[in-house]
Design a protein around this ligand. Structure first.
Ligand SMILES: NC(=O)C1=CN([C@@H]2O[C@H](COP(=O)(O)OP(=O)(O)OC[C@H]3O[C@@H](n4cnc5c(N)ncnc54)[C@H](OP(=O)(O)O)[C@@H]3O)[C@@H](O)[C@H]2O)[C@H](O)CC1
Ligand code: K
Length: 240
């Protein structure tokens, strides 16, 4: 399947358009995005491989996708723990946190010790609005993600990667970060050309018309699936 990439400025425009003329609310888009993240986690790491999942959530909508995914993972039979050091104030995010707390899902302030006992990690720290360098309190978290041998699923973009330019350079924070799993939402971002791992696309809300307008391809979702695996071509390749 040939999938085209979506630059961050275009991704933000597309989101705005989905939420204006497209008639969607942010809650809906985030729910579908988070559901697809949870499905990707289930695909690569079913509960039989270990139920403990640490979900690292950043301050923006990428973090919101992580909160939604954690709720679905709970219902899928996992035991999620949330690291959410800079909670977002809008009602949507307050509601998502309430939903998790009412399921008795644990929030941790200590990412590092939670990481030691987890089976799987979801990186929902930064998505397409990330601008390097990583600021506090996230540098040590990103470093830990880069160093861990535990499986990591990054949401939309590996946090600390420049969304257009790719991974940090040798010697920079997170230079070694290559998560084994990545799920792009709506469409892969340009830095995908540097990615080596198992890649999915999710966020099943793109219409053919909107795809055409933004020069994208609607992924070939099958049946009720919210995700599709989309192998990445060699670095530099335009087609995915
Ligand atoms: N259509 C879709 O595919 C949808 C995708 N969704 C998800 O939304 C994100 C994009 O969300 P957005 O809120 O625009 O941005 P991010 O979550 O990527 O990050 C913004 C927050 O991160 C802070 N930030 C940025 N750079 C840094 C840094 N270097 N260090 C620390 N913090 C940073 C930023 O703070 P500011 O002070 O700079 O404003 C923001 O707080 C997309 O990737 C998808 O995952 C939607 O859920 C649904 C539709
Ligand atoms: K991320």
């Amino acid at each position: 399947m040939a999938l085209k990439t979506l630059a961050p400025a275009k991704a933000a425009d597309l989101d705005k358009e989905l939420m204006s003329s497209g008639g969607f609310s942010l809650d809906q888009l985030m729910e579908l995005a988070g559901l697809s993240v949870a499905e990707a986690a289930y695909r690569v790491h079913p509960p039989s491989k270990g139920k403990s999942v640490l979900v690292a959530c950043g301050p923006g909508n990428n973090g919101g996708d992580g909160l939604v995914a954690a709720r679905h993972l709970h219902h899928f039979g996992y035991k999620p723990t949330i690291y959410y050091p800079v909670p977002s104030k809008p009602e949507l995010f307050v509601g998502l946190q309430k939903q998790l707390k009412s399921l008795s899902i644990t929030f941790t302030e200590d990412f590092h010790s939670s990481m030691k006992s987890t089976d799987f990690i979801i990186d929902a720290i930064f998505g397409f609005s990330f601008k390097p360098p990583v600021r506090e309190p996230f540098p040590s978290v990103v470093e830990a993600l880069a160093e861990t041998s535990k499986p990591v699923l990054s949401v939309d973009s590996p946090s600390c990667w420049d969304v257009e330019g790719g991974p940090p350079k040798e010697g920079e924070l997170g230079a070694k970060f290559m998560p084994p799993y990545l799920i792009s939402l709506t469409a892969p971002k340009p830095s995908i050309r540097f990615y080596k791992g198992t890649h999915f696309v999710g966020g099943r809300f793109l219409s053919e018309d909107m795809a055409q307008k933004y020069d994208l391809t609607v992924p070939d979702y099958q049946g009720v699936d919210q995700i599709v695996e989309a192998p990445v071509d060699a670095p530099g390749g335009e087609k995915l």
